[in-house]
Design a protein around this ligand. Structure first.
Ligand code: GAL
Length: 350
Protein backbone atom coordinates (compact mmCIF):
# COMPACT_ATOMS: atom_id res chain seq x y z
CA UNK A 1 0.00 0.00 0.00
CA UNK A 2 2.76 2.46 0.99
CA UNK A 3 5.49 3.00 -1.47
CA UNK A 4 9.03 2.96 -0.13
CA UNK A 5 9.30 6.63 -1.13
CA UNK A 6 6.25 7.65 0.93
CA UNK A 7 7.53 5.81 4.00
CA UNK A 8 10.84 7.61 3.64
CA UNK A 9 9.13 11.00 3.35
CA UNK A 10 6.94 10.28 6.39
CA UNK A 11 10.03 9.18 8.34
CA UNK A 12 11.88 12.37 7.41
CA UNK A 13 8.90 14.52 8.43
CA UNK A 14 8.80 12.80 11.85
CA UNK A 15 12.53 13.36 12.32
CA UNK A 16 12.18 17.05 11.34
CA UNK A 17 9.26 17.53 13.74
CA UNK A 18 11.28 15.85 16.48
CA UNK A 19 14.22 18.19 15.92
CA UNK A 20 11.89 21.21 15.91
CA UNK A 21 10.24 20.16 19.20
CA UNK A 22 13.60 19.52 20.85
CA UNK A 23 14.94 22.88 19.77
CA UNK A 24 11.82 24.63 21.10
CA UNK A 25 12.20 22.86 24.46
CA UNK A 26 15.89 23.76 24.54
CA UNK A 27 15.09 27.42 23.79
CA UNK A 28 12.61 27.48 26.67
CA UNK A 29 15.12 25.96 29.06
CA UNK A 30 17.55 28.63 27.94
CA UNK A 31 14.95 31.32 28.61
CA UNK A 32 14.38 29.98 32.11
CA UNK A 33 18.13 29.95 32.68
CA UNK A 34 18.33 33.51 31.43
CA UNK A 35 15.45 34.49 33.72
CA UNK A 36 17.19 32.98 36.74
CA UNK A 37 20.23 35.08 36.00
CA UNK A 38 18.45 38.40 36.07
CA UNK A 39 15.87 38.10 38.80
CA UNK A 40 15.41 36.79 42.30
CA UNK A 41 12.33 36.36 44.47
CA UNK A 42 12.84 36.83 48.20
CA UNK A 43 10.09 36.17 50.75
CA UNK A 44 10.42 37.70 54.22
CA UNK A 45 8.35 36.79 57.28
CA UNK A 46 8.67 39.05 60.33
CA UNK A 47 7.55 38.19 63.86
CA UNK A 48 5.66 41.44 64.53
CA UNK A 49 5.30 44.46 62.27
CA UNK A 50 4.65 46.80 65.19
CA UNK A 51 8.18 46.40 66.58
CA UNK A 52 10.06 49.68 66.06
CA UNK A 53 13.51 48.16 65.52
CA UNK A 54 12.17 45.49 63.14
CA UNK A 55 10.27 48.02 61.04
CA UNK A 56 13.42 50.07 60.63
CA UNK A 57 15.31 46.91 59.59
CA UNK A 58 12.55 46.13 57.07
CA UNK A 59 12.84 49.64 55.56
CA UNK A 60 16.57 49.08 55.15
CA UNK A 61 15.89 45.73 53.44
CA UNK A 62 13.78 47.50 50.83
CA UNK A 63 16.34 50.27 50.38
CA UNK A 64 19.26 47.90 49.93
CA UNK A 65 17.29 45.69 47.53
CA UNK A 66 16.62 48.77 45.36
CA UNK A 67 20.28 49.72 45.49
CA UNK A 68 21.40 46.23 44.48
CA UNK A 69 18.91 46.11 41.61
CA UNK A 70 20.54 49.18 40.10
CA UNK A 71 24.07 48.14 40.93
CA UNK A 72 23.73 44.65 39.40
CA UNK A 73 21.09 45.35 36.75
CA UNK A 74 18.75 42.69 38.13
CA UNK A 75 15.18 42.52 39.40
CA UNK A 76 14.62 41.76 43.08
CA UNK A 77 11.10 40.88 44.14
CA UNK A 78 10.98 41.40 47.90
CA UNK A 79 7.72 40.31 49.53
CA UNK A 80 7.04 40.74 53.22
CA UNK A 81 4.54 39.12 55.53
CA UNK A 82 3.76 39.77 59.17
CA UNK A 83 3.40 36.71 61.39
CA UNK A 84 1.65 38.74 64.09
CA UNK A 85 3.54 36.96 66.89
CA UNK A 86 2.12 33.59 65.85
CA UNK A 87 4.50 30.75 64.92
CA UNK A 88 1.77 28.75 63.16
CA UNK A 89 0.93 31.76 60.96
CA UNK A 90 4.63 32.13 60.20
CA UNK A 91 4.91 28.47 59.20
CA UNK A 92 2.04 28.99 56.73
CA UNK A 93 3.80 32.04 55.31
CA UNK A 94 6.97 30.01 54.74
CA UNK A 95 4.90 27.24 53.15
CA UNK A 96 3.33 29.78 50.76
CA UNK A 97 6.71 31.18 49.75
CA UNK A 98 7.84 27.63 49.00
CA UNK A 99 4.70 26.83 47.03
CA UNK A 100 5.13 30.02 45.00
CA UNK A 101 8.69 29.09 44.21
CA UNK A 102 10.59 31.90 45.95
CA UNK A 103 14.37 31.59 45.61
CA UNK A 104 15.27 32.62 49.16
CA UNK A 105 13.22 32.85 52.36
CA UNK A 106 14.14 35.17 55.23
CA UNK A 107 12.65 34.41 58.63
CA UNK A 108 12.48 36.59 61.73
CA UNK A 109 11.29 33.70 63.93
CA UNK A 110 8.34 34.21 66.25
CA UNK A 111 9.60 31.49 68.56
CA UNK A 112 13.33 31.10 68.16
CA UNK A 113 13.22 27.61 69.68
CA UNK A 114 10.67 26.44 67.13
CA UNK A 115 12.38 26.64 63.74
CA UNK A 116 11.99 22.97 62.81
CA UNK A 117 8.80 23.15 60.71
CA UNK A 118 10.21 25.94 58.52
CA UNK A 119 13.55 24.11 58.21
CA UNK A 120 11.91 20.79 57.25
CA UNK A 121 9.86 22.45 54.50
CA UNK A 122 12.81 24.42 53.12
CA UNK A 123 15.10 21.38 53.08
CA UNK A 124 12.51 19.37 51.19
CA UNK A 125 12.11 22.11 48.58
CA UNK A 126 15.84 22.93 48.53
CA UNK A 127 15.27 26.65 49.24
CA UNK A 128 17.79 28.38 51.54
CA UNK A 129 16.58 30.19 54.68
CA UNK A 130 18.24 33.26 56.13
CA UNK A 131 17.08 33.67 59.74
CA UNK A 132 17.59 37.09 61.27
CA UNK A 133 17.41 39.04 64.53
CA UNK A 134 15.86 36.23 66.57
CA UNK A 135 18.62 33.66 66.79
CA UNK A 136 17.60 30.06 66.40
CA UNK A 137 19.33 27.41 68.47
CA UNK A 138 22.69 26.26 67.15
CA UNK A 139 21.53 22.64 66.74
CA UNK A 140 18.78 23.77 64.30
CA UNK A 141 21.13 25.97 62.31
CA UNK A 142 23.56 23.07 61.89
CA UNK A 143 20.92 20.82 60.33
CA UNK A 144 21.62 21.95 56.77
CA UNK A 145 24.28 23.92 54.89
CA UNK A 146 21.68 26.26 53.39
CA UNK A 147 20.59 27.73 56.73
CA UNK A 148 22.07 31.07 57.84
CA UNK A 149 21.71 33.64 60.61
CA UNK A 150 22.16 37.41 60.36
CA UNK A 151 22.14 39.45 63.55
CA UNK A 152 24.21 41.40 66.03
CA UNK A 153 27.00 40.40 68.40
CA UNK A 154 24.53 39.91 71.27
CA UNK A 155 27.05 40.03 74.16
CA UNK A 156 28.27 43.46 73.18
CA UNK A 157 24.97 45.27 73.66
CA UNK A 158 24.72 44.50 77.39
CA UNK A 159 28.40 45.24 77.98
CA UNK A 160 28.22 48.55 76.11
CA UNK A 161 25.04 49.59 77.93
CA UNK A 162 26.89 48.89 81.19
CA UNK A 163 29.81 51.03 79.99
CA UNK A 164 27.46 53.95 79.31
CA UNK A 165 26.21 53.71 82.90
CA UNK A 166 29.74 53.36 84.33
CA UNK A 167 31.01 56.41 82.41
CA UNK A 168 27.99 58.44 83.45
CA UNK A 169 28.43 57.42 87.10
CA UNK A 170 32.10 58.47 87.02
CA UNK A 171 31.01 62.03 86.25
CA UNK A 172 27.62 62.32 87.93
CA UNK A 173 27.36 59.76 90.75
CA UNK A 174 26.60 62.38 93.40
CA UNK A 175 23.62 63.64 91.39
CA UNK A 176 22.23 60.16 90.68
CA UNK A 177 22.64 58.80 94.21
CA UNK A 178 19.51 60.44 95.60
CA UNK A 179 19.56 58.74 99.00
CA UNK A 180 23.34 59.17 99.30
CA UNK A 181 23.94 55.51 100.20
CA UNK A 182 26.64 55.03 97.52
CA UNK A 183 24.59 52.28 95.93
CA UNK A 184 22.83 52.53 92.56
CA UNK A 185 19.16 51.61 93.01
CA UNK A 186 17.88 50.31 89.69
CA UNK A 187 14.87 48.81 87.95
CA UNK A 188 15.19 46.83 84.75
CA UNK A 189 12.69 46.47 81.89
CA UNK A 190 13.21 43.27 79.95
CA UNK A 191 12.31 42.07 76.44
CA UNK A 192 10.62 38.74 75.74
CA UNK A 193 11.78 36.13 78.28
CA UNK A 194 13.16 33.65 75.72
CA UNK A 195 14.80 36.18 73.39
CA UNK A 196 18.60 35.86 73.29
CA UNK A 197 19.03 39.64 73.48
CA UNK A 198 16.83 40.03 76.57
CA UNK A 199 18.66 37.28 78.43
CA UNK A 200 22.15 38.41 77.49
CA UNK A 201 21.58 42.16 77.91
CA UNK A 202 20.01 41.76 81.36
CA UNK A 203 22.94 39.70 82.60
CA UNK A 204 25.83 41.61 81.06
CA UNK A 205 24.71 45.16 81.78
CA UNK A 206 24.68 44.48 85.53
CA UNK A 207 27.94 42.47 85.40
CA UNK A 208 29.68 45.35 83.65
CA UNK A 209 28.46 47.91 86.21
CA UNK A 210 29.44 45.84 89.24
CA UNK A 211 32.79 44.83 87.74
CA UNK A 212 33.60 48.53 87.51
CA UNK A 213 33.23 48.69 91.30
CA UNK A 214 29.76 50.26 91.46
CA UNK A 215 27.42 48.74 94.04
CA UNK A 216 23.90 48.12 92.82
CA UNK A 217 20.56 47.22 94.35
CA UNK A 218 17.72 45.86 92.23
CA UNK A 219 14.36 47.38 93.17
CA UNK A 220 12.40 45.62 90.44
CA UNK A 221 12.48 43.75 87.16
CA UNK A 222 9.57 43.41 84.77
CA UNK A 223 9.03 41.95 81.32
CA UNK A 224 7.61 44.48 78.85
CA UNK A 225 8.25 42.51 75.62
CA UNK A 226 10.17 45.32 73.84
CA UNK A 227 6.96 47.37 73.95
CA UNK A 228 6.65 51.05 74.84
CA UNK A 229 3.08 50.92 76.22
CA UNK A 230 3.78 47.86 78.37
CA UNK A 231 6.91 49.54 79.75
CA UNK A 232 4.96 52.68 80.57
CA UNK A 233 2.47 50.64 82.59
CA UNK A 234 5.22 48.84 84.52
CA UNK A 235 7.05 52.08 85.22
CA UNK A 236 3.88 53.85 86.45
CA UNK A 237 3.33 50.99 88.87
CA UNK A 238 6.86 51.37 90.23
CA UNK A 239 6.50 55.12 90.50
CA UNK A 240 3.45 54.54 92.66
CA UNK A 241 4.85 51.73 94.81
CA UNK A 242 8.41 53.00 95.25
CA UNK A 243 8.30 56.74 94.49
CA UNK A 244 11.61 58.60 94.67
CA UNK A 245 13.64 55.42 95.23
CA UNK A 246 14.59 54.54 91.66
CA UNK A 247 17.90 56.08 90.58
CA UNK A 248 18.24 54.46 87.17
CA UNK A 249 15.98 52.67 84.69
CA UNK A 250 17.83 50.13 82.57
CA UNK A 251 15.82 49.00 79.54
CA UNK A 252 16.66 46.12 77.19
CA UNK A 253 15.67 48.39 74.27
CA UNK A 254 14.86 52.01 73.39
CA UNK A 255 11.11 51.54 73.08
CA UNK A 256 10.86 50.29 76.68
CA UNK A 257 13.18 53.12 77.82
CA UNK A 258 10.81 55.55 76.10
CA UNK A 259 7.82 53.92 77.79
CA UNK A 260 9.51 54.53 81.16
CA UNK A 261 10.15 58.15 80.16
CA UNK A 262 6.46 58.53 79.19
CA UNK A 263 5.49 57.39 82.69
CA UNK A 264 8.05 59.66 84.36
CA UNK A 265 6.79 62.65 82.40
CA UNK A 266 3.15 61.89 83.21
CA UNK A 267 3.91 61.65 86.92
CA UNK A 268 5.70 64.98 86.72
CA UNK A 269 8.58 63.82 88.89
CA UNK A 270 10.89 66.54 90.20
CA UNK A 271 14.07 64.51 90.42
CA UNK A 272 13.59 61.77 87.80
CA UNK A 273 15.76 58.65 87.51
CA UNK A 274 18.20 58.47 84.62
CA UNK A 275 17.27 56.12 81.74
CA UNK A 276 19.42 54.06 79.36
CA UNK A 277 18.32 52.05 76.32
CA UNK A 278 19.57 49.93 73.41
CA UNK A 279 18.89 50.03 69.62
CA UNK A 280 19.48 53.61 68.49
CA UNK A 281 16.13 53.75 66.72
CA UNK A 282 15.11 57.15 65.36
CA UNK A 283 13.02 57.90 68.47
CA UNK A 284 15.72 56.50 70.74
CA UNK A 285 18.39 58.74 69.23
CA UNK A 286 16.10 61.75 69.59
CA UNK A 287 15.67 60.94 73.29
CA UNK A 288 19.47 60.89 73.71
CA UNK A 289 19.72 64.16 71.82
CA UNK A 290 17.01 65.77 73.99
CA UNK A 291 18.66 64.57 77.19
CA UNK A 292 15.80 62.21 78.14
CA UNK A 293 18.14 59.22 77.90
CA UNK A 294 21.81 59.19 79.00
CA UNK A 295 22.67 56.96 76.06
CA UNK A 296 21.81 54.01 73.89
CA UNK A 297 23.65 51.24 72.06
CA UNK A 298 23.34 51.35 68.30
CA UNK A 299 21.99 48.04 66.98
CA UNK A 300 22.95 48.19 63.32
CA UNK A 301 19.60 47.66 61.53
CA UNK A 302 21.08 48.98 58.28
CA UNK A 303 24.13 46.72 58.37
CA UNK A 304 22.02 43.68 59.22
CA UNK A 305 19.59 44.44 56.37
CA UNK A 306 22.50 44.82 53.94
CA UNK A 307 23.91 41.50 55.16
CA UNK A 308 20.57 39.76 54.52
CA UNK A 309 20.12 41.14 50.99
CA UNK A 310 23.74 40.58 49.98
CA UNK A 311 23.64 37.01 51.27
CA UNK A 312 20.35 36.36 49.45
CA UNK A 313 21.89 37.72 46.26
CA UNK A 314 25.06 35.67 46.59
CA UNK A 315 23.05 32.47 47.18
CA UNK A 316 20.63 33.10 44.31
CA UNK A 317 23.33 34.00 41.78
CA UNK A 318 26.05 31.79 43.20
CA UNK A 319 28.41 34.74 43.67
CA UNK A 320 30.90 35.70 46.38
CA UNK A 321 29.78 38.01 49.19
CA UNK A 322 31.33 41.49 49.12
CA UNK A 323 34.69 41.56 50.95
CA UNK A 324 33.42 43.63 53.87
CA UNK A 325 30.81 41.02 54.78
CA UNK A 326 32.23 38.06 56.66
CA UNK A 327 30.33 34.78 56.69
CA UNK A 328 31.48 33.33 60.00
CA UNK A 329 31.77 29.52 59.97
CA UNK A 330 29.88 29.60 56.65
CA UNK A 331 26.68 30.45 58.55
CA UNK A 332 26.65 33.71 60.49
CA UNK A 333 26.80 37.39 59.64
CA UNK A 334 27.12 39.43 62.85
CA UNK A 335 27.18 43.20 62.96
CA UNK A 336 28.85 45.06 65.84
CA UNK A 337 27.14 47.60 68.13
CA UNK A 338 28.25 51.17 68.85
CA UNK A 339 27.90 53.25 72.03
CA UNK A 340 25.82 56.40 71.47
CA UNK A 341 25.78 59.25 73.98
CA UNK A 342 25.07 62.99 73.62
CA UNK A 343 28.73 63.30 72.47
CA UNK A 344 28.21 61.41 69.18
CA UNK A 345 24.44 61.14 68.78
CA UNK A 346 24.22 63.63 65.92
CA UNK A 347 26.35 61.39 63.70
CA UNK A 348 23.67 58.68 63.91
CA UNK A 349 20.69 60.99 63.48
CA UNK A 350 21.63 61.81 59.90
C1 GAL B 1 16.14 43.17 69.43
C2 GAL B 1 15.84 44.66 69.51
C3 GAL B 1 14.46 44.86 70.10
C4 GAL B 1 13.43 44.07 69.33
C5 GAL B 1 13.85 42.62 69.20
C6 GAL B 1 12.87 41.86 68.34
O1 GAL B 1 17.38 42.97 68.83
O2 GAL B 1 16.78 45.27 70.33
O3 GAL B 1 14.11 46.22 70.09
O4 GAL B 1 13.28 44.63 68.08
O5 GAL B 1 15.15 42.53 68.66
O6 GAL B 1 13.28 40.56 68.11
Amino acid sequence: MFSKRNVLIAFMIIIALGILTLSLIYDNVDDVKEDKKTSVKIGVSIYNQYDTFISSLVNHLTEHAKYLEQEKGITITLDMSNAGRNQITQNYQVENYIREDYDIICVNLVDRTDASVAIDMAMKADIPIIFFNRELVEKDLQRWDKLFYVGAVALESGIMQGQIVVDYCKKHFMEIDKNVDRVLQYVILEGEPTHQDALIRTEYVIDTITEAGINVEKLGDEIANWNRAQAETKMSQWLKSIPNEIEIVIANNDDMALGAIDAIKKENIMDPPIVVGIDGTKVGLEAVYNGDMIGTVYNDAKGQAEGIIELAYSLAFDEELPEEIELIEGKYIRKPHIIVTPDNVEEYMK
